[in-house]
Design a protein around this ligand. Structure first.
Ligand code: GDP
Ligand code: ZN
Length: 309
């Protein structure tokens, strides 16, 4: 028999002890080399969807995972059976595509901002998609775009109905691993279907005050895009702690607060109206958008309320 062939690939799905790995020559149904389980102790899932691996293939379509490459980032939560233990749900996601709409449903700053904070916290790029611009009657969407662009996020104005923005969105997701999130009805499925007809993925929605999540760990799946890249399927709507920030770290997650860090009069300044607060001054001077500062105050309050519950 020939020597086994070796491939670098991406785990796109796992079922218990089997992992589907996508490579340049198609997908292979793989098991872990035994020493993996040994060397990594009793880790629940040493390899997860999104992991980059090297596999050997002796008898297609079956292969063996030989090497797990270092993760660039990961989304995890506490293991249900053992809350002190971390359970990684998906690895190596490049970007969170936060979808909103101009109208029907109307644009909600706080929801968008929560998702962007999740992206910051999980070391993913945040991208703001403002969809349904065909329904825009005033210039609000342009104002919104300017706010997020000035903070440093990529913004894409789209209309699935009229086809605007689709090439730009395609360029953004090409060769990347992206998670689409946003309120129900904003047009996530429509956008994905326009990017690649037939691409049907469950997308994250806001579940409750603390953000979004995934119910099950076993069904996270990466869908390959024909033009390169992957869309992460996040079935169910809850429990991935993409979020879970603390009140203390909240200011660090607002990018535009960065230049003012450590410059308030009080070292413990919470930026809620203390004298000599650089953040509130920056808002008054028009260097921080009032909409974003308002989100800061509201999200902060909701974190405090949640803690008290
Ligand atoms: P999802 O819940 O975020 O996946 O949203 P859907 O893709 O199911 O879209 C919700 C509704 O909005 C559907 O009736 C779509 O036809 C409609 N829709 C999606 N994109 C647009 C758009 O750009 N403009 C308009 N006017 N309607 C859209
Ligand atoms: Zn301050």
């Amino acid at each position: 028999m020939d020597d086994p062939r070796e491939y670098d690939g991406r785990v796109i799905k796992s079922f218990g002890k089997r992992f589907i790995v996508s490579t340049r020559d198609g997908t292979f149904d793989c098991e872990l080399r035994g020493r993996f389980r040994m060397s990594r102790g009793r880790a629940i899932a040493p390899v997860v969807a999104g992991d980059r691996v090297t596999i050997t293939v002796e008898q297609p379509p079956y292969g063996t995972i030989e090497t797990l490459h270092p993760r660039q980032n990961k989304i995890s939560r506490a293991d249900i059976s053992n809350p002190d233990r971390e359970q990684v749900i998906v690895a190596n996601c490049d970007q969170l595509i936060v979808v909103s709409s101009v109208a029907q449903p109307k644009f909600k700053h706080r929801a968008i901002d929560r998702f962007l904070l999740s992206a910051e916290r999980n070391e993913m790029d945040g991208v703001v998609v403002i969809n349904k611009i065909d329904l825009a009657t005033t210039g609000t969407h342009l104002h919104l775009a300017r706010i997020y662009e000035s903070v440093g996020y990529q913004v894409v104005l789209t209309s699935v109905v009229q086809g605007q923005g689709m090439n730009r969105l395609r360029e953004i997701v090409q060769l990347k691993t992206s998670i689409f999130v946003g309120h129900s009805g904003v047009g996530k499925s429509s956008l994905l279907n326009t990017l690649q007809p037939g691409l049907s993925v469950a997308t994250g929605e806001i579940s409750d005050a603390t953000g979004l999540g995934i119910h099950t760990t076993t069904h996270v799946e990466l869908h390959p895009l024909e033009f390169g890249g992957f869309i992460v399927d996040t079935p169910g709507q809850r429990v991935i702690s993409l979020w879970e920030a603390t009140v203390e770290e909240l200011p660090d997650l607002f990018r535009e607060f960065g230049p003012h860090r450590g410059r308030c009069r009080f070292r413990q300044c919470m930026h809620i109206g203390e004298p000599g607060c650089r953040i509130t001054e920056a808002v008054q001077e028009g260097r921080i958008a009032p909409e974003r500062y308002d989100s800061y105050l509201r999200i902060r309050q909701s974190l405090i309320d949640e803690k008290a519950r």
